[in-house]
Design a binder for this molecule. Structure first.
Ligand SMILES: *[C@@H]1O[C@H](CO)[C@@H](O)[C@H](O)[C@H]1NC(C)=O
Ligand SMILES: *[C@@H]1O[C@H](CO)[C@@H](O)[C@H](O)[C@H]1NC(C)=O
Ligand SMILES: *[C@@H]1O[C@H](CO)[C@@H](O)[C@H](O)[C@H]1NC(C)=O
Ligand SMILES: *[C@@H]1O[C@H](CO)[C@@H](O)[C@H](O)[C@H]1NC(C)=O
Ligand SMILES: *[C@@H]1O[C@H](CO)[C@@H](O)[C@H](O)[C@H]1NC(C)=O
Length: 829
């Protein structure tokens, strides 16, 4: 008894140790057709006879023999259905694994190798005209179930029967598959993964061992990649499990286990460090479907940051170039990172190739790596993951007389391979690829091209404006805003009015309705859609859709509850933000800009960074908005000379103004102005003030150079800001405002310094009470900080400023010449 307890204790500890990442709410492991429980890789599958509620089968025929003496292997029993039958699992809504185990053996008249059937859920067809010839097959699906039951229906194809050996239905974390991955070779994004049904086709641990279900927090199986490599001599493997960093906010152990991130396949260029080549894998896929790719990366090969730059290709198309993992994971070495893509159109061939190769831009350290890859088939527009004659609802609606049969196999030879488990078989099966599937696939590939998926339509998505995925009907926009009810107007900008709205499904949105007469507006409208559908980041405001019906130019964004940063600084009477809040906001915005500058492919310059373009969500998380003016960086436009200087007064980079040369550093300058705006809580241009105070950037630099910046900071911060933190922050702002772009830090440096400033603010020095105000900046002489509270910031006509409370009409009362004299002055600096 003592031993038994001890044993349980070990078992429990192991379970805790293995499953610490995620505990699934639903966890059905069903051993079909067996009166006893079975085990697979230490996991217990419950007999489907013990949970009689699962199966709708009023007339159950028990096949007699061999079950009990066959041990507890799940493959040795099966349930046979001669008519439509269903398993019904009561579940909590959300994404689930559905795994189906098939092992064809002969039982009496039922030669399971000849069975032909369909399996469907309420929303998806999983298998259609499915036949398992000779080897075992495990099918894995990931379905978002939006009802409280998941019903798996087995439908025999005319005259045949269906069978299944085991079933798993297990909850997956909601965060695992979300968002809008980019199409491969196209900047447009797939609209929404949330309702997408997926079938795992390949799940590969590059350069590492087989990882079985019991070593993965989400019970996935990962197979080694060597069987998929085209030229094995070009690749070599690396393993460093302990160096893997799971940085909060990026990939977790639920994304993929440490065993996957800690090993990789890299270029085998040891003999000749100048060699430039690709490492390529080839995978079998079923034609006629789109595929979802999830790459797992972790730079376990570099010794320092920014050493490794590489490119990623899928089917000879560029998925991503100049990938620098250390930058992507918050300047961390060996940080785990995952990257998702979707193929643009249904595949035409039954092979898909994935290649990695060194970046052509940074060639001083030619290498490329991948740590893991998942390839998943996506359901077509009819919800099918398999095309065949099966039409959901056609036969199941007729009569529900279900016959379940329990049959067992006494084939001893099967026992020999029992504990190799499904994974090995899966691996073999996939490796051999076609021979198991070609019979099922080929006849339907022709069908496949005529399925009329809404993403194929015969045309490729070359332009966002032809992309229906984001397009929202005008009627829906009218509904959402109560026909542009003026009471819902939350702002006006150069581009047009902004309304608060609510979509049918309850999503709160900000609806920006452009002024149709403006030609400039049209260009900005396009840029905004292109930029926002291409870049998706926590700290960038996301685009939900757009409407261009009846010459309308309407953009629909996620609604940002707390409006602009500017409105929380001055002029609106909102309570003032704490120093910590301000630092966090600046850090968030810096992250968004850093992402734009260094993001997936080409750097993007925002060109209109200002406090009115940084928005706050309900948790005061900062997101950068308004991409109407943004441009891809120098890489594309070698001269980077643009004809018209654009941006907002007070934030404009003097170098850009002088030389009309646009670089990321212009954004850095503008961001520097924002930093001082946040610190001093006054408009960046305030013509009502004495001359030397009009321009915030100049005014602040004057005090900063004297070392007395604390004299002009926001009064509400006094006594609450640590001198070290203020010093770091001010230095950072000062560097951003350097006259020449080359002297300014990168957004990455700015981000790092702001984080440091936050740490300095939060650090509690030993033996010193936190609220010791002698350690804080003291009170100010009030007269210096007595700024006009009126909001007099000015937009260059034609620029966006969509979320601004004030319109450009506020120019009235402001002396234009005064503003221009400011501009000329700053130009001369
Ligand atoms: C089978 O497993 C279930 C749940 O794991 C358990 O409640 C039941 O007692 C087991 N039955 C047998 C016969 O082992
Ligand atoms: C599942 O679908 C529902 C309804 O569309 C959605 O609200 C939910 O976020 C989805 N869940 C996941 C995990 O995608
Ligand atoms: C898998 O898990 C077992 C224990 O469950 C452990 O002994 C083994 O080392 C693990 N393998 C890997 C590759 O992590
Ligand atoms: C790597 O593959 C891509 C896509 O097929 C191709 O464009 C590129 O030229 C290849 N690079 C090398 C060095 O072969
Ligand atoms: C997949 O099926 C869902 C309905 O279950 C549908 O909304 C979605 O558009 C389908 N996906 C594709 C790519 O057609």
């Amino acid at each position: 008894m003592g031993i038994e307890k001890f044993g349980n204790f070990i078992l429990i500890s192991i379970l805790i140790c293995i499953c610490h990442g995620f505990t699934p709410q639903d966890n059905y492991l069903i051993n079909c057709g067996s009166p006893t429980n079975g085990t697979l890789m230490g996991r217990i599958f419950m007999s489907d006879k013990l949970s009689s509620k699962l199966l709708t089968s009023p007339k159950e025929i028990l096949a007699s023999e061999s079950v009990n003496n066959a041990g507890s292997d799940i493959y040795q029993t099966a349930r046979v259905f001669t008519e439509v039958s269903s398993y019904k699992f009561s579940i909590t809504r959300g994404r689930h694994w559905v795994r189906l185990y098939f092992n064809p053996f002969d039982y009496q008249n039922f030669k399971m190798g000849s069975a032909k059937f369909a399996v469907s859920s309420q929303s998806h067809v999983l298998l259609s005209d499915f036949n398992v010839k000779s080897t075992r097959v495990v099918k894995e699906y990931s379905l978002n179930v939006t009802t409280n039951d998941l019903v798996l229906t087995f439908t025999p194809s005319g005259g045949s029967f269906a069978f299944v050996n085991a079933i798993e239905v297990i909850s997956i974390p909601d965060t695992l598959i979300t968002g809008s991955p980019r199409f491969i070779g196209n900047p447009v994004q797939f609209p929404d993964m949330s309702m997408q049904g997926l079938e795992t086709i390949h799940r590969v641990n590059m350069g590492g061992p087989l990882v079985a279900a019991n070593n993965d927090t989400l019970t996935r199986t990962w197979v080694p990649d060597s069987g998929f490599l085209l030229e094995k001599n070009l690749a070599k493997t690396v393993s460093k499990f302990s160096t893997v960093n799971f940085v909060p906010g990026y990939a977790t152990e639920d994304s993929a286990p440490r065993t996957v991130y800690g090993s990789c396949t890299e270029m085998n260029s040891a003999d000749n460090p100048n060699s430039i080549f690709n490492v390529t894998w080839e995978f079998d896929v079923e034609p006629g479907f789109q595929y979802y790719f999830r790459f797992h990366f972790c730079d376990i090969v570099s010794l320092s940051l920014n050493q490794l730059y590489f490119n990623l290709y899928v089917d000879s198309m560029v998925a991503a170039t100049d990938i620098d993992l250390s930058t992507l994971v918050d300047n961390t070495l060996a940080g785990a990172y995952s990257m998702d893509f979707v193929t643009q159109t249904p595949k035409g061939s039954n092979k898909i190739r994935v290649s990695i190769g060194p970046s052509t831009v940074h060639t001083d350290y030619p290498n490329a790596i991948v740590n893991g890859l998942e390839i998943m088939k996506m359901n077509n527009s009819k919800g099918q993951l398999s095309t065949g004659s099966f039409v959901p609802g056609s036969s199941s609606s007729s009569k529900q007389s279900n016959i379940g049969m329990i049959v067992g196999s006494a084939i001893g030879s099967l026992l020999a391979v029992v504990f190799l488990g499904s994974c090995f078989v899966l691996y073999k099966k996939r490796k051999r690829g076609q021979d198991g599937h070609s019979k099922t696939w080929m006849p339907f590939s022709i069908n496949g091209t005529s399925m009329g998926s809404k993403y194929s339509n015969g045309t490729t998505l070359t332009s966002i404006t032809t992309n229906a995925n984001y397009r929202i009907p005008f009627a829906a926009v009218k509904d959402a805003t109560n026909n542009f009810d003026e009471s819902r107007n939350i702002g006006v900008g150069g581009f047009g009015k902004v309304y608060k709205g609510e979509l049918n499904d309850g999503t709160k949105v900000a609806v920006k309705r452009g002024n149709p007469k403006s030609q400039q507006g049209l260009a900005e409208f396009r840029t905004e859609i292109e930029m926002l559908s291409q870049f998706r980041h926590r700290h960038l405001v996301s685009l939900i859709g757009y409407c261009d019906e009846n010459n309308e130019m309407i953009l629909i964004y996620e609604y940002m509850e707390n409006g602009t940063v500017k409105s929380h600084l001055y002029g609106s009477g909102l309570p003032s933000l704490t120093w910590k809040q301000r630092l966090e906001i600046c850090i968030g915005a810096a992250r968004g800009l850093h992402y734009l500058h260094t993001g997936d492919s080409k750097p993007v310059i925002h060109r209109d960074v200002k406090s009115a373009n940084i928005l706050l969500d309900e948790n005061f998380m900062a997101k950068v908005a308004d991409f109407g003016l943004s441009k891809t960086g120098p890489e594309l436009d070698q001269t980077h000379v643009s004809t018209a200087v654009k941006g907002s007064f007070g934030y404009l980079d003097p170098e850009y103004f002088r030389r009309q040369q646009l670089t990321e550093k212009s954004d850095v300058y503008s961001f520097g102005v924002v930093l001082f705006e946040v610190l001093c809580a006054r408009p960046v241009i305030d013509p009502t003030l004495p001359r030397e105070m009009v321009n915030l950037a100049e005014w602040a630099m004057k005090w900063q150079k004297k070392g007395q910046l604390d004299q002009i900071i926001d009064q509400s911060l006094c006594g609450n800001i640590r001198p070290d933190s203020l010093r770091k922050f001010a230095e950072t702002g000062e560097k951003c405002l350097a006259d020449y772009g080359v002297d300014r830090p990168s957004m990455g440096d700015v981000l790092w310094n702001l984080e440091y400033a936050l740490q300095l603010q939060e650090a509690v020095v030993d033996g010193e009470p936190e609220d010791n105000s002698t350690n804080m900046i003291g009170e100010l002489p009030p007269q210096i900080n007595n700024f006009s509270q009126g909001d007099t910031s000015v937009n260059v006509p034609g620029t966006a400023g969509q979320f601004e409370e004030s319109s450009i009409d506020d120019l009235s009362g402001v002396s234009m010449s005064k503003v221009f004299s400011q501009l000329v002055k700053s130009e001369g600096r």
